[in-house]
Design a binder for this molecule. Sequence first.
Ligand code: HGY
Ligand code: MN
Ligand code: MN
Length: 405
Amino acid sequence: MSDFFRLQKRIDELSAIGARDGAVTRLGLTADEQAARDLVASWCAARGAQVRRDAAGNLFARFPGEREGDPVVLVGSHVDSVPEGGRFDGALGVICAVEAIESLLDVGTRFQRPVEVVAWADEEGARFGIGLFGSAAAFDRLPARAAERADRSGVSVAAALRALGEQGDPALARRDPREIAAYLELHIEQGPKLAEANRPLGVVSDIVGIVHGRVTVKGRADHAGATVMTARADAFLGAAEMALALETAARSRENTVGTVGEVGVRPGAKNVVPGECVFTIDVRAPEQSRIDAVMADFRDAVKRVSEARGLETSVDLFNAIPPTPLDATMRDLFARAAASVGVEAPVLPSGAGHDAQNPALAGVPTGMLFIRSTGGSHTPRESAATVDAALASDALAFALRRLAG
Ligand code: HGY
Ligand code: MN
Ligand code: MN
C-alpha cells in the first residue's frame, strides 16, 4: 500500500524547487531541474537504487532484480516545467513511480527483473524548443542539430549540458530499446474528462501528434507618427492575421488544436512600426492527415498575407512527433491495475504530448495511466488530489508486480 503522507511530503518538497509567486518554473537543463533530479535521486538511493544521469541529463535510478541481465522495466515521467507552471505536470508521475516501488520494497518484494525510475530531461522544451528532449535523445529521435539549438540568451543545448557537467552531445544518451521490457508513465490528465466522469484514474489509448515551428515575419520598421497607414509593412499585423488563420484552420477540424504561444516583435518600442515579428506555432491532432491539412492551410495564409502586406515570411518547423497509439497489452494491464484498486478506469486519448511517445515509437511496449486533475494545466491552477495519487501508485505497484515479478 502506498503511503499517503510520504506522497504528500514529496509533492510539497519537489514543488518547492523553482516555486515563485505561487507558480513553478523549473525549466529544462537548468540548475532548478538538476535540483529536482537530485531530490528524486536521494529518495531512490536511500532504498538501494544505483542512480546515474546520462548525456542528455536524464536521471535513471536502478533497483536491482534477481535476473540482472534481463531487460528493465522503466517507469517515470519528467520533473521540468513550463514557465509559471503547476505543481503536478510530470512531477507527480515521478513521485508516484518512486512511491509504487517503495511500497513494494516496504513489504519485502524482490524484483525478478531490474526496475528503473526515470526522470526525463527537458520534456517541455520551454528553453530550446525541443519538446520531449530527454526521451527523444534516449530513443534516437532528436531533430537534426539539436545540440546547436539556443535559448533566447544564446545559450546552446550543448553549452547547457556542459554547464551540468555533461559532454554536450545529447545523442550519447542513446539506449537500445531491446534492453527495455516495458515503459510505464503516470501523468495528470491535464484535461477535464476524468473529473467530469468522476473517476480518479484513466487508461491512455493514444497520444496526439504534434508539430512545433517558428515563423519569422520581416516587414519594415518605421516611424509610428510619420508613416501613413497605407505606406506600412507592419510585421506584427501580418503575424496577427497569420495567427488568426491558424486558429480558423484548427477550429474547422474536429479534435484539432493550433496555438501561438510565444510572440516577439523588433525593435519593440511603442512609437516604432514593428519591422520583425517572430512567433511559435503548435499544431496537434490524433491523425497526421489533420495536422498536415492545418499546416497546408496555414502556409497558404502565410503566402497570401505576406504578398498582400509586402512582408517576407519563413516557417521553420523544428519538431514533429507523430500520433502515437499505445500498446494494447499495456492498456489492458493498466485497466486491470486500476480495477485492482476498485476503479473502473475509462480509456481516453491524450491531447498533451508525453515522453511515452518516444519509447512507444521505438517499439518499447508502453502504457500510460492518467490521474484525475482539475484547473487545467501549464498554469498554477493545475491541481490533483493526493488520495488519487495514492490510488495511482497502488495501481502502478500492481502493474510492476506483474511486469517485474
Ligand atoms: O506540450 C505538451 O503537451 C507537454 O506538456 N509537453
Ligand atoms: Mn507539460
Ligand atoms: Mn507533462
